[in-house]
Design a protein around this ligand. Structure first.
Ligand code: SF4
Ligand code: ZN
Length: 304
């Protein structure tokens, strides 16, 4: 049995991109150290008083909540709230919400659940099955961000932490580069500028590969659901996932390089495409141009 590079215990994993073998304890420590560093890099954490964590019940956001909880519990002046969006997806969301409740009970964290049905009037199943949209993810992403922001603002959250891991971040960067959407590239979260009404989003797991969040969840007995959304195959992002997986398997460290290249040019992108001051849509949400994207999408749905 291969031993841990840091102690005499059996290794549970081999980290290809840095060539190390780690035991359970040292692997968890390796994850926690990078997450704490990311939280410090992405926020002025000493000033934060109210943290919201967006949790879906999958492994990434469940690990993000557990780690934010362990960081926040060292500070008695900080409140932590979990927020779950119920998109209304049969055979998927009810089970994941069960896992969210289990974790929130275990950590003694308050949970807010907001549903698409209450907030926008449609479930994702309505949009896909009744209205016939075969690639419903575009609606889902916009409505989810809006619900999350509205709830976080209502509870006076200073930041929203999400479960986006290294793979998600590398995919988003590559996707926007490939599409030539440089303006959006300049505005990718984690957010650097605070806009009125828009709660900044941070990604504590930004440096942690997806496989490591999975292993961390298993080792630390964090409840999560690995059920997949039935609409997942329609997600455009999957092409980029395959490309990055292929690149990473040929040259380990590719995902980290994509991120660090992006971080190096991000200040230049922001300088070239400064973010416009956001106005307010009539629904109350911040928007760069009058009507917000969620309201435009809702109008389309209402016409059907
Ligand atoms: Fe929403 Fe698409 Fe994700 Fe399902 S796969 S939760 S429909 S964005
Ligand atoms: Zn060890």
């Amino acid at each position: 049995m291969v031993k841990c590079d840091k102690c005499q215990k059996d290794a549970v994993t081999y980290i290809r991109y840095n060539g190390s073998h780690l035991c359970q304890g040292h692997f968890s420590e390796f994850v926690e150290k990078r997450v704490k560093k990311e939280i410090r890099n992405q926020t002025n954490f000493n000033k934060v008083k109210n943290v919201a964590v967006a949790i879906s019940g999958g492994k990434d956001s469940s690990v993000a909540l557990s780690l934010m909880h362990s960081v926040v519990k060292e500070r008695r002046d900080v409140t932590l709230t979990a927020i779950t969006v119920d998109e209304g997806i049969e055979n998927y969301r009810p089970e994941t919400i069960k896992c969210v409740r289990e974790l929130c009970d275990k950590l003694d964290v308050t949970l807010e659940i907001v549903s698409f049905k209450d907030h926008v009037g449609y479930t994702m199943d309505d949009i896909s099955k009744n209205l016939g949209y075969r690639t419903p993810c575009a609606f889902c992403g916009v409505f989810r961000r809006q619900c999350m922001n509205a709830v976080a603002r209502n509870i006076n959250a200073d930041i929203i932490a999400t479960g986006h891991n290294l793979d998600d971040n590398a995919q988003a960067i590559l996707m926007n580069f490939t599409r030539g959407d440089v303006e959006r590239l300049a505005r990718l979260s984690p957010h650097v500028r605070i806009q009125p009404g828009l709660i900044p989003r941070i990604h504590p797991l930004r440096q942690i590969p997806e496989k490591e969040t999975y292993l961390y969840a298993i080792i630390n007995e964090i409840p999560f659901s690995d059920k997949e959304c039935p609409y997942w195959s329609a997600a455009l992002r999957n092409e980029y996932r395959d490309i990055i997986d292929e690149l990473e398997s040929r040259s380990p460290g590719t995902r980290h390089s994509i991120l660090s290249s992006y971080d190096a040019i991000k200040p230049l992108l922001i300088e070239k495409y400064p973010q416009k001051d956001l106005g307010k849509c009539k629904c109350g949400e911040p928007s760069p141009s009058g009507k917000c994207m969620a309201c435009k999408m809702l109008e389309d749905l209402n016409k059907k």
